[in-house]
Design a protein around this ligand. Structure first.
Ligand code: A2P
Length: 340
């Protein structure tokens, strides 16, 4: 019997995404029957607000997960791997924000506005894409309605909340020390100081010189769009902002893709907003898009360096559409399709 008001558990409820998850679930009036908030033993006993109740956080254990129909997981890959077998064994569905299962062949990787139908073939786990992949795949999906995609190159400018609450705290404490004219505390989350700096490293380096984040963007974009052969190269950088990942993107098509048609396709794409009035310095930035559930695109122009090219800029609240909102939309899609 499909569930329309599930019992929900959130693993990682005390984290940067977990907090936004609760706010988005409230805003969207997500139809839940019960809600359990889970984290590590360190957080057990903390109280978190949801609607008009204070919910006591529990340690994540199999006993605590028992009875859940839907489990949102935004913790660590290790936690996702540890609890997935139990969750599936219980007949529940896990919506996972981590990278543990994203590329597994029997795990759909879903952005509801792009490939919502992929939830149909889930076997207990559905992954949400990396927070930089989501807005890019949405824009590319809109653009491919105009002409087939050949090649994508992208540079990202990623906020510290993408790393988690401890990274945001590291930036804050470095900025505070700078403001007071004191020595800046040594980093512990990042390999270098993040305040007043840009780090051309997000995640660890692979043997080919790309970071894991860059490889994720490439592999996930191909999987979501069902375009295994898409030529793709990314450079991901961490910048000293708190919320909002920005991306500079260049796309090559296999044939003519007129700018006006691209603009129209982007404006029609669900979940995407074109914010593009360069004469008045209007374009998306972390500060004018944070708190919004949509992805924003601007600085649209012809890329003169190739035959059929378009360049653009996009910014998205990484905690919302990049994570929590997308996860909740997947749950809504499952309920709508009777697949929970
Ligand atoms: P805790 O707050 O108890 O450490 P962030 O991405 O902001 O760093 O947050 C990570 C979230 O994942 C936190 O809620 C954290 O709990 C939780 N978490 C980390 N490791 C585990 C684990 N092994 N099992 C369950 N929750 C975990």
């Amino acid at each position: 019997m499909p569930k329309s008001r599930p019992n929900v558990a959130v693993i990682g409820a005390t984290g940067a995404v977990g907090d936004v998850f609760l706010r988005v679930a409230e805003e969207r009036n997500f139809p839940l029957n019960s809600l359990k908030l889970l984290a590590t033993a360190r957080s057990a006993g903390k109280r978190l607000r949801f609607l008009d109740a204070d919910i006591v956080v529990e340690e994540t254990t199999e006993a605590a997960l028992k009875g859940a129909d839907l489990v949102f997981c935004s913790a660590t890959s290790a936690a996702s791997r540890q609890y997935a077998p139990f969750i599936i064994g219980e007949g529940a569905v896990m919506i996972d924000d981590g990278s543990a299962f994203r590329m597994q062949a029997n795990v759909p990787l879903v952005i509801p506005e792009v490939n919502g139908e992929d939830v149909e073939w889930h076997e207990g786990i559905i992954s949400i894409p990396n927070c930089t992949t989501t807005p890019l795949a949405m824009a590319l999906h809109a653009m491919r309605q105009v002409a087939p995609l050949r090649r994508v190159t992208v540079a990202t400018y990623q906020a510290t909340s993408g790393t988690g609450a401890a990274a945001v705290e590291e930036l804050r404490s470095q900025l505070a020390a700078f403001g007071r004219g004191e020595p800046i505390p040594l980093p512990s989350v990042y390999p270098h100081q993040i305040a007043m700096n840009v780090l051309p490293q997000v995640d660890v380096f692979g043997e080919d010189g790309y970071t894991a984040e860059e490889a994720k963007m490439r592999n996930e974009t191909r999987k979501i769009l069902h375009l295994d052969g898409l030529q793709f190269s990314a450079t991901c950088a961490r910048v000293p902002t708190i919320v909002g990942h920005a991306e500079a993107v260049h796309v090559e098509f296999t044939g003519p893709a007129p700018l006006a048609a691209i603009r129209e396709a982007l404006s029609k794409q669900a979940g995407l907003v074109v914010m593009d009035d360069p004469a008045n310095s209007v374009y998306p930035m972390p500060l004018n898009t944070a708190g919004d559930d949509r992805a924003f695109v601007g600085r649209l122009r012809v890329d003169e360096s190739t035959d059929y090219g378009i360049a653009f800029w996009c910014v998205t609240d990484n905690l919302r559409k990049g994570a929590a909102t997308n996860a909740i939309q997947i749950a809504e899609e499952l309920i709508k399709r009777g697949r929970l």
